[in-house]
Design a protein around this ligand. Structure first.
Ligand SMILES: NC(=O)c1ccc[n+]([C@@H]2O[C@H](COP(=O)([O-])OP(=O)(O)OC[C@H]3O[C@@H](n4cnc5c(N)ncnc54)[C@H](O)[C@@H]3O)[C@@H](O)[C@H]2O)c1
Length: 433
């Protein structure tokens, strides 16, 4: 079983050590200047893949890689050496070794792809060490961590971006263009979900729990909200004129998970004794300041095939959109040829998003339908140009706080929970960007 640090022990150890990073100049990568030098923290499946996507860009170097598993560091270092002819430094001496990576002056930015519960503390440490941060989703899993992340991002001269790739799916960006052209009228309702049978990722081959399995055993609520909520938040203009104000959650028992365990492990196996806390489906109803309603579903333990892991619906006064994960259809008053659904691609001539117009062909060669390409491209571009983070700490906190607040609502029998205004009023005036 992987050596993974319990979250509480992780924070206590951090406090005891007291991370003191030297104050170095905030990361480089200015236009026409030197390369952006990356440190990769967590080189499992996702971190290694995103690193290879980043290596596909000019003006990117990987100076250091870190993982508690030395064999993964070795594998990642080999990939970098093959791509760039130079081996990066490796860090694999325990769960806090990433902090030595953060002390390096030849690291401008870090990509964090460790287990979800570690993202916030690592991001805060990195921002304090004056590194730009690209963090995998979700950004944080407690309210304290959401607030700490926002504070660290506000205090740091560096850029924080949450790597929410679903915001960059071609169809999701097309729908955003339809919204931006005002074709939806007033937006009233959205439905979205992350529904992905992930039971195969719950156990290690020896029957012990993976980090995903430990979360499912120990936590309740929506444990992975941002893939579904991110694109919807963009469409509704969350933090660009609107904000999430409250939620209430409801959950089914973990029957799909129990069924899987009974099939996978013989009677008497220790895995049969594990009580999973998280329900198969958790549905969260959210309300925005302007009155829109979002129905957000999370389900990673129900038996079902999954050609895609997300689905979406968007309703306005003059248009409607639906994406079942396989195809997207839209109807737009005054534009659609008849009172019937039609593929959103029919609107592509005037509704293709500029990112996809510019680099769609190149992007389509990377994972998640090209979305991973744009996550990296947008992060690099924001560092180089100094523009606003495409998915900043306010967005990351508001989309990620669904994890603790949906749990709080479940514990209170579905009672509504207030979602704090992480922007302290700036959501009213911030323009789209
Ligand atoms: N955006 C997406 O589409 C997408 C897809 C897959 C995973 N993810 C996210 O990426 C993250 C990683 O997922 P994964 O599937 O690669 O998991 P994984 O288990 O394959 O990789 C996590 C890695 O982090 C390492 N790690 C654990 N503790 C560490 C520490 N203290 N310091 C350094 N390394 C440590 C592990 O050894 C492992 O190699 C998760 O947060 C997951 O939610 C996102």
């Amino acid at each position: 079983m992987q050596k993974q640090l319990d979250r509480r022990a992780f924070l206590q150890a951090g406090a005891a050590i007291g991370l003191v990073a030297p104050i170095v100049a905030a990361g480089g990568g200015e236009p026409g200047g030197r390369a952006i030098r990356l440190g990769i923290i967590g080189v499992g499946g996702r971190g290694t893949y995103l690193m290879t996507v980043a290596l596909g860009f000019e003006g990117v170097e990987v100076s250091a890689v870190c993982d508690i598993d030395a064999s993964r560091v070795e594998r990642a270092a080999g990939i970098v050496a093959k791509s760039r002819g130079r081996r990066p430094a490796g860090y694999s001496s325990g769960p806090l070794d990433y902090r030595r990576l953060l002390l390096r002056e030849d690291v401008d930015a870090v990509l964090i792809a460790t287990p979800l519960l570690l993202h916030a503390a690592m991001s805060v440490d990195a921002l304090r060490a004056r590194k730009h941060v690209l963090s995998e989703v979700a950004a944080a899993a407690t309210m304290d961590d959401c607030c700490a992340l926002v504070r660290a991002a506000e205090e740091s001269p560096c850029l924080y971006m949450m790597a929410e790739n679903c915001c960059y799916y071609r169809r999701n960006l097309m729908a955003l263009e339809v919204v931006r052209k005002g074709l939806f009228g007033d937006l009233t309702y959205a439905e979205c979900g992350y529904v992905h049978d992930c039971r195969a990722y719950v156990f290690n081959p020896d029957g012990s729990l993976t980090w995903r399995g430990e979360m499912a055993r120990d936590m309740i609520g929506n444990l992975y909200p941002t893939h579904a909520l991110g694109p919807v938040a963009r469409w509704l203009g969350i933090h660009r004129g609107d904000r999430l104000v409250s939620l209430s959650a409801s959950s089914s028992p973990p029957k799909g998970m129990d069924h899987y365990v009974a099939q996978k492990f013989p009677a008497g196996h220790p895995a049969r004794m594990i009580q999973f806390a998280v329900g198969d489906t958790t549905t969260t109803l959210l309300r925005t300041a302007r009155g829109a309603v979002i129905d957000l579903r999370y389900d990673t333990h129900s038996a079902r095939p999954h050609p895609s892991t997300t689905y979406f619906t968007l309703q306005g006064t003059t248009a409607s959109y639906k994406d079942d994960g396989v195809a997207s259809q839209a109807w737009v008053e005054g534009r659609s040829r008849s009172y019937a659904w039609a593929p959103i691609e029919d609107l592509a001539a005037d509704c293709e998003h500029p990112l996809w117009k510019q680099a769609g062909e190149q992007a389509a060669k990377t994972g998640h339908g090209g979305a991973d390409y744009f996550v990296i491209a947008e992060f690099l571009d924001a560092i180089r140009t100094g523009r606003r983070s495409p998915v900043d700490a306010y967005d990351a906190a508001a989309w990620s706080c669904i994890i603790p607040l949906s749990a709080a609502s479940l514990r209170a029998g579905g009672a509504p929970q207030e979602i704090p205004d992480f922007t302290r009023g700036a959501w009213k005036t911030t323009t789209p960007g």
